[in-house]
Structure formats: C-alpha cells, structure tokens
Design a protein around this ligand. Structure first.
Ligand SMILES: [Zn+2]
Length: 99
C-alpha cells in the first residue's frame, strides 16, 4: 500500500552556499543554508503481524522558507474506507494528531 504521509526535520547548517552550494529549490545564493530531511510513514500486515514506522525518504539543502514551502501535506483517508481496516485507522490517527 502506498501512503502519502510525511514528516520533516529541518535545522540550520550554520554555513553558506560557499560551502553547501545554491538553494536546491530556487537555485539562488543562501547565507544560512538549512537542511530538511523528509521521512515517510509505512504500515503493512505480514503473517498476522502489524508493522509501522517512519523511514528516511529524501533531504534538501536551501533557504529555510524554500524548504518549508516545498513540504507536501498529507491528506486523510476517507473514514468509510478505513473504519474496518486497522492499518488505515492507525494512519488516520497519526494524520489527525499531526494537525
Ligand atoms: Zn531558495
């Protein structure tokens, strides 16, 4: 099952484009380069066991504002599709708690 559910961690590197290169979003010079790491949520059932967690997805260097604007937001799975599915129910709870 493919799930578009992401979370992000971002922090300043303390260095400029002279060290890390241009912003990967707008391709302009950055005086204070930030790094943003994206994780995606996974959940599946295998042999009656339920597995879930966050896995590294991708990372970006650039302006803090460019990185925030680049984030994708999760959409909730309709309840009428998820109420009898423990995997989808758990995903919806995570999305709701992130709002
Ligand atoms: Zn930028």
């Amino acid at each position: 099952m493919h799930i578009d559910l992401f979370k992000y961690r971002a922090h300043s590197t303390g260095a400029s484009s002279a060290h890390y290169g241009l912003c990967e979003v707008c391709h302009r010079y950055v005086s204070d380069v930030w790094i943003q790491v994206r994780f995606h949520f996974f959940a599946f059932q295998h042999a009656h066991e339920y597995h879930q967690g966050w896995a590294y997805d991708t990372s970006l260097f650039g302006h803090e504002s460019c990185l925030r604007a680049h984030q994708r937001h999760s959409t909730q799975i309709p309840m009428n599709r998820s109420h009898d599915n423990p995997v989808l129910t758990t995903i919806n709870q995570i999305i709701l708690s992130a709002h």
